[in-house]
Design a protein around this ligand. Structure first.
Ligand SMILES: [Zn+2]
Length: 417
């Protein structure tokens, strides 16, 4: 039933009057097919693709399924309005049964310039839930059964996720509040360190803090899925070892293929697999481009998927492409080029390089400009479909494909939630 979605045509905030009740922005067209580059298949393979997609529970383990302003320069003003726009129609065509929505992640700057504050996070979450409360295609997912039910009934299970726990500041109880508001997965930190532990962009790696350990114990007790995608290596390794439940790396890849701190070394990925966790692969612009596939595309992405399958087995690998319905490359370039205009000054530490650091890693601006978009992995509608198509083309069995496009994620949340 993954293909047979019961979407009735709802558009975000249609219960309000745009321009009168809220400031209107010109948004990108989320369903335009300019970027849709399906992995080519034969007629017989096409039929198999439809069958596998229909039968499997399909999960995007890390997404930002919003529609962004047409002009990436307006992203910041748009975000400050605190009214992001979910792409209901495009999601209905995506083949997804479940989407992990990271909402405004680092851009929760409704009340503050640099984001991550408590009030912005609660506002962001409440606004999303209000919109979802006015329609019946997306179901606010709180239990693993909600995902299976969405698959059976032609709905989409929507999971509330925060990329970082920074908004809890020094209050462990806020994790209970977030769980109560329906959040089911939280990242330990974003690329910068916080009260819980070191992030991937720090020059010293202090691992998980004492407070971070308290927060981890609470997340385990609550049944919150812990994510270490943006942590330092040591923080990730410590969380993997110390967590009672298996955890997720929802959007990263193998450093062996792409040598940046945004990716993880083999020993961390192996430990994650040994403890029952899931390694979901990232597709944001340039992040999982490889030496073999320097222009970022589904090929580089799948190189990471296959590398991790070989390293920890096919039961522990999933997909968290981290895409949105906007100009993702444009967003990176705008933020890189306008960081001083936006008051986001970054100073390169003497001797440490990093003039063009964005999200903690060096960005190749020239490469980004050539790239324009990630071929075959540009938005949540095409990502999981193309992973399925690519795996069909490369000799994987239906069962193996089902694991990678959602089965492994489902097994994990059944255990943790
Ligand atoms: Zn992220």
């Amino acid at each position: 039933m993954g293909r047979n979605k019961k979407y009735g045509g709802y558009k975000a905030y249609q219960y309000l009057e745009p321009g009168r009740d809220y400031r209107e922005f010109k948004l990108r067209d989320a369903i335009v097919k300019d970027w849709w580059e399906p992995v080519p298949l034969s007629k017989a393979e096409e039929e198999r693709f439809e069958e596998v997609m229909g039968r499997s529970v399909v999960m995007d383990l890390h997404a930002h399924p919003d529609i962004s302003p047409l002009d990436p320069n307006q992203n910041r003003d748009f975000d400050r309005e605190g009214r992001n726009v979910l792409a209901y129609e495009a999601l209905a065509m995506s083949g997804l049964d479940c989407v992990f929505d990271n909402m405004m992640d680092g851009s929760s700057f409704i009340n503050t310039k640099n984001g991550w504050d408590w009030m912005s996070t609660v506002h962001d979450l409440g606004m999303r839930l209000c919109d979802i409360g006015h329609q019946d295609f997306l179901v606010h997912c709180r239990r693993a059964e909600d995902i299976e039910q969405a698959h059976r009934r032609g709905k989409l299970a929507w999971v509330a996720v925060l990329e970082s726990a920074s908004c809890i500041e020094n209050e462990v109880d806020r994790l209970d509040v977030l769980y109560g508001l329906g959040v089911r997965s939280i990242g330990v930190n974003y690329s910068e360190s916080n009260m819980l532990g070191s992030g991937l962009k720090e020059h010293l790696d202090g691992g998980l803090t004492e407070f971070g350990y308290d927060a981890l114990v609470r997340m385990n007790k609550l049944g919150l899925l812990v994510d270490v995608s943006h942590t330092s290596d040591r923080t990730a390794a410590e969380v993997i070892q110390l967590s009672r439940d298996p955890i997720i790396i929802s959007h990263a890849g193998a450093r062996a293929l792409t040598p940046t701190t945004r990716m993880f070394p083999d020993d961390v990925i192996q430990a994650l697999g040994e403890r029952g966790g899931v390694m979901a692969i990232e597709a944001a612009p340039n992040l999982t481009a490889t030496e073999k596939h320097p222009l970022h595309s589904v090929e580089g992405y799948m190189e990471h998927v296959e590398y991790c399958i070989n390293l920890i087995g096919i039961d522990h690998v999933g997909c968290g492409p981290d895409t949105n319905y906007g100009d993702h490359v444009g967003l990176y370039l705008t933020n890189l080029e306008n960081s001083s205009r936006l008051g986001l000054g970054h100073y390169a530490r003497p001797g440490k390089g990093g003039e063009n650091k964005y999200l903690g890693i060096d960005m190749n601006v020239k490469q980004l400009k050539t790239l324009r978009y990630v071929r075959g992995m540009e938005n949540p509608s095409e990502c999981l479909q193309n992973v399925c198509r690519w795996m069909i083309k490369h000799g994987y069995s239906d069962q193996e494909i089902a694991k990678v496009i959602g089965g492994n994620g489902l097994k994990l949340v059944k255990k943790v939630w």
